[in-house]
Design a protein around this ligand. Structure first.
Ligand SMILES: NC(=O)c1ccc[n+]([C@@H]2O[C@H](COP(=O)([O-])OP(=O)(O)OC[C@H]3O[C@@H](n4cnc5c(N)ncnc54)[C@H](O)[C@@H]3O)[C@@H](O)[C@H]2O)c1
Ligand SMILES: O=c1ccn([C@@H]2O[C@H](COP(=O)(O)OP(=O)(O)O[C@H]3O[C@H](CO)[C@@H](O)[C@H](O)[C@H]3O)[C@@H](O)[C@H]2O)c(=O)[nH]1
Length: 527
């Protein structure tokens, strides 16, 4: 399947939000198959199953290890609340798999039996050939759809849950037309997923909106109503938005681009704050009070990570370029450029503060995941920062509460220009204290609660908010979060630095312990 846009597709039809006039009840779906048992497929299917006991939901994947993990108590992904929906307590017995939720490697059978198929396969950035490094790789989607065409004996509703380039549905329809059996009809819907890792279950249970894109044909609208009926079990009808198929595909890319753009905007401002003695948390708070701007996704950081933002912006920019909209492509790419700049700027600041040399210095890295409450490391800022620090000659000592040593080594060795540095100069530890022993500096790269010395309310809201207990914390408490910074101060080499890439520590109590604290978007002289 070509990842470039079809040139003969013509302009996209514009359709306003749709209200179906159909009075007959929507088609009742009884069997759903979700292809792809990953971060989206697993949690989404589990929530769909728990909210629709009358529907049998089966998640299929070729990865037998992943399926076995979903069937065990040791789920393949770390996500707060996930076990509770995959294995809810029933009849007073905890950890009982929902009776209508299944995980299987029997892809053919489950596809053949289902009336509605959710496509939740990965759509990473293409690594080979035309569009490599920019376009979305649709080979997994194509292979899933070919399989559907091959094995389906009855008509199916096929739902794009994966994030796809606009007009991907048209390409999928072409594949199905060529591979499907006579008399078997396929209706393709777009139903992009907006969950964020770490809060996936909450996002799925209480989505801001559910977007369903369909063709404006009787069959398309009927399929959209059937899917909407599944969501109606737990989502208010007014939050279920039905729109044009291609608007829905593009809205997903647009949402991620706009969210990432806010982070790059605040990170660009953080560089200015450091230079002029302003405080980015205060700036963010002040601008966020404007209701037109809002306060969310404005937390300055070492840079955004995760499997989605970078790849989706690259995809959006590639689409714009395919349409000869070069200025538009350039605009979106600048969001990624600022993110790269932020990661490099953070490393340069570490080197500058540590007397321009990291040779024979040890740096404790707290956090490797791309954000807290996930073990996911895809595109984490830690990969760039640690590789930069290793290249400067540092000894790097990593601790993350959820990421395994094997994953950290795989990520770093796979991306480093000098993998031997990872083998020779990187160690991974199972606690903060082990990682910090003998270190010259602590570098916080993930905002895990245990690294913060702020109260939970202040940490969640940012520096500008006063401690919820309003000064009730003792000095001892303030110096110690869930981890004891005092204990850390006793085991580090002097002088001791903290480079806070997530602005999770309150500098004052740490400075009282003898640390020099460098936070993103704040200059010590300006404090
Ligand atoms: N991770 C997120 O937070 C998130 C949120 C919203 C949207 N998305 C989008 O959802 C899609 C899936 O993302 P993910 O993070 O769940 O990916 P993932 O890599 O965790 O999971 C994808 C799964 O699909 C399986 N797979 C691939 N091709 C298959 C095939 N033909 N048959 C059966 N199984 C197959 C893979 O083995 C893998 O287990 C992507 O398009 C992503 O952009 C992700
Ligand atoms: O104010 C902020 C908010 C986030 N981040 C970072 O940005 C990245 C992404 O965070 P977040 O958006 O919370 O997590 P994701 O799981 O990547 O979720 C995004 O990507 C998903 C995949 O498409 C979408 O479904 C979600 O709506 C979208 O938020 C992480 O590194 C965060 O630490 C910041 O630096 N500052």
């Amino acid at each position: 399947m070509s990842t470039s846009l079809r040139q003969d597709a013509g302009p996209m039809p514009v359709t306003p939000l749709r209200a179906s006039n159909d009075t007959k009840p929507p088609k009742r779906i009884t069997k759903v198959c979700c292809v792809g048992a990953g971060y989206v497929g697993g949690p989404t299917s589990a929530v769909m199953a728990i909210k629709n006991p009358q529907i049998q939901v089966t998640v299929v994947d070729y990865d037998a290890k992943r399926i076995a993990a979903w069937q065990s108590d040791n789920l393949p992904i770390f996500e707060p609340g996930l076990l509770g929906v995959v294995k809810p307590a029933r009849d007073g017995i905890p950890n009982n798999r929902a009776p209508n939720l299944f995980f299987s490697t029997d892809v053919d059978r489950c596809i053949a039996e289902a009336e509605l198929i959710l496509l939740s396969v990965n759509t990473p950035t293409k690594m080979l050939g035309q569009g490599a490094g920019h376009a979305s790789e649709l080979c997994y989607l194509e292979s899933a759809v070919r399989k559907i065409g091959e094995v389906a004996e009855s008509s199916k509703i096929i739902v794009e849950k994966s994030t796809v380039p606009c007009r991907a549905a048209e390409t999928l329809r072409d594949v199905l037309r060529a591979t499907g059996k006579p008399g078997v009809d396929f209706e393709i819907l777009s139903n992009p997923e907006f969950l964020a890792e770490g809060t996936a279950i909450q996002n799925l249970l209480e989505p801001d909106r559910v977007l369903i894109g369909s063709l404006n044909t009787p069959q398309g609208l009927e399929a959209a109503r059937a899917l909407a009926a599944i969501y109606t079990s737990w989502v208010d009808a007014e939050r279920i938005i039905t729109i044009n198929l291609y608007s829905s595909e593009l809205a997903k890319l647009a949402a991620n681009a706009l969210l990432a753009q806010r982070i790059s905007s605040i990170n660009a401002l953080s560089a200015m704050c450091e230079a002029v003695g302003a405080d980015i948390d205060e700036v963010s708070f002040a601008v966020g009070l404007d209701k037109r701007i809002g306060s969310r996704m404005l937390k300055a950081s070492v840079g955004f990570g995760g499997s989605c933002f970078r790849k989706d912006i690259l995809s959006l920019a590639y689409i714009a370029e395919s349409l000869h909209l070069f200025e538009v492509a350039e605009y979106w790419r600048s969001v990624i450029n600022i993110n790269e700049y932020q990661k490099d700027r953070f490393t340069r600041r570490i080197v500058r503060c540590l007397f321009n040399s990291l040779s024979n210095k040890s740096l404790a890295i707290l956090g490797f995941a791309y954000k807290k409450n996930t073990g996911d490391t895809r595109e984490t800022a830690a990969i760039t920062v640690i590789n930069n620090l290793l290249a400067e000659g540092a000894n790097v000592r990593v601790y993350d509460p959820q990421v395994k040593e094997s994953q950290i080594r795989r990520d770093l060795e796979g991306s480093s220009a000098s993998p031997h540095l990872v083998r020779d100069k990187l160690t991974v530890w199972s606690s903060t204290y082990e990682a910090c022993a003998g270190a010259d500096a602590v570098v916080i790269l993930t905002e895990w609660d245990e690294f913060s010395n702020k109260s939970a309310a202040a940490a969640a809201a940012g520096d500008h908010v006063q401690d919820a207990r309003n000064g009730a914390r003792t000095e001892e408490e303030a110096a110690n979060g869930p981890m004891s910074w005092k204990r850390v101060s006793q085991i580090m080499r002097k002088p001791m630095y903290v480079f806070d890439g997530r602005n999770v520590v309150d500098p004052a109590p740490l400075e009282a312990l003898g640390f020099r604290v460098e936070s993103v978007g704040k200059s010590r002289s300006g404090s």
